[in-house]
Design a protein around this ligand. Structure first.
Ligand code: COS
Length: 379
């Protein structure tokens, strides 16, 4: 049976996230976009509200949110500030490999602390030569006695410079390519880890993105997730789940721009009437409203499939690609509807346009999403 009504709990979650975005994120979004500071104060409040640990299972002290719940929360939070949302979402991205593949002991040891005090985590897959081609990771992990010694470099790591814990993808058998990859849980204070350059980004400037260097970083063999050789599958299964959240972020960014542009179009007078009464603007708004609803249905469907045990790779990829494309188109249109004002930093839509672009790139470019969809429908 198809039921589009949210449960009482989901409505309450949605309202909590909406209020948090409105009260705690929106008022300081421009400040953190323009300055160089990291929004630690907002993250502390996000921790207290439970958002930083919302996907950690309840038995380990977290919120135990399903993929659908997470999508509902993500759509609301991102409306406050996409950069701050990314910081929050990346915690879930980094926890997912541990949730999906960790042992009880690993979950107890590494996830529970995040439910007790504020902390951030990072998912360390990307390298200079292994971006879209994620199986080409050359960071190496060599087993020495009861430890692994990790050497290599990662780049474009969200939360890289602010995380307490990293999930690091490395190769234990390079000749095997992606089948030689493994995933490790690495505390950020492990000797040999150096934080490199902090990236100066076009948008989502409230989020922290850095290089990371691993120089003879020793971790216990107990920090290996799943088995040697499973790293690529750990990464792919994590991304299958996480991409639905990026889709939800696309819906939220599009909604933020649409709602602002709609109000503006209803009040801005030109040629003696509101510009919303001109068919060109009205049709643009109608198309945007339709696309936002279509994107949300894709996202919720993908999340529902994941919650019900389906692979969901194709649907997550569809949701991520479509919703982030809608976010990009909508924010560009919103700037256009506001005209000269839209281009100015005094209005929020130029920031949303810059922020939206990253949704088409991170957690797999939209070209990669189309590759995943094509692979699933043609083989
Ligand atoms: N779930 C489970 N297993 C999967 C899988 C999935 N979604 N996708 C691939 N695999 C498995 C395959 O079944 C295959 O297994 P075998 O070795 O047993 O045959 C193995 O992984 C290799 O798969 P494949 O040959 O399809 O991998 P490719 O190297 O062609 O890469 C893409 C596949 C392009 C989809 C992958 O590299 C990718 O997602 N790249 C983007 C990475 C990304 O999102 N980066 C963003 C940074 S992280 S925020």
């Amino acid at each position: 049976m198809i039921d589009f009504r949210l449960t009482e709990e989901q409505l309450a979650l949605q309202e909590t996230a909406r209020r948090f975005a409105e009260r705690e994120m929106k008022p300081v979004a421009a400040k953190y976009d323009q300055g160089k500071e990291f929004p630690w104060d907002v993250m502390q409040k996000a921790f207290e509200a439970g958002f930083l640990s919302c996907t950690i299972p309840e038995e380990y002290g977290g919120g135990g949110l399903s993929a659908l719940d997470t999508a509902i929360v993500s759509e609301e939070l991102v409306m406050g500030c996409p950069g701050m949302f990314t910081t929050i979402m990346v915690n879930s991205l980094a926890f997912t490999p541990i949730i999906l593949f960790g042992t009880h002991e690993q979950k107890q040891k590494f996830l529970t602390p995040f439910t007790k005090e504020m902390g951030l985590a990072a998912f360390c897959l990307t390298e200079r030569e292994a971006g879209s081609d994620a199986g080409k990771v050359i960071t190496a992990a060599e087993k020495v006695g009861s430890e692994y010694v990790i050497n290599g470099e990662k780049c474009f790591i969200s939360n890289g410079g602010v995380a307490k814990l990293y999930v690091v993808f490395a190769n234990t058998a390079r000749a095997k390519g992606s089948r030689g990859m493994a995933a490790f849980i690495v505390p950020a204070d492990t000797p040999g880890i150096q934080i490199g350059k902090e990236e100066d980004k076009m948008g989502q400037r409230a989020s922290n993105t850095t290089e990371l260097f691993f120089d003879d970083v020793r971790v216990s063999a107990e920090n290996l997730l799943a088995k040697e050789g499973m790293g690529f599958v750990v990464a792919m299964k994590t991304l299958d789940k996480a991409r639905a959240s990026v889709g939800a972020a696309g819906v939220g960014v599009a909604r933020a721009a649409y709602e602002y542009a709609l109000e503006y179009a209803k009040t801005r007078q030109q040629f003696g009437k509101p510009i919303a009464s001109f068919q060109h603007i009205a049709f643009k708004l109608a198309d945007i409203a339709t696309e936002i609803d279509a994107a949300r249905f894709l996202v919720w469907h993908a999340a529902w499939l994941i919650d019900n045990g389906a692979k969901g790779a194709k649907e997550s990829a569809m949701a991520k690609a479509y919703a982030s494309d809608v976010a990009m188109r909508t924010t560009v249109d919103a700037v256009q509807i506001l005209g000269g004002y839209g281009y100015m930093k005094d209005y929020p839509v130029e920031k949303l346009m810059r922020d939206a672009k990253l949704l088409q790139i991170y957690e797999g470019t939209n070209e990669i999403q189309r590759l995943v969809i094509a692979h699933e429908i043609t083989t």
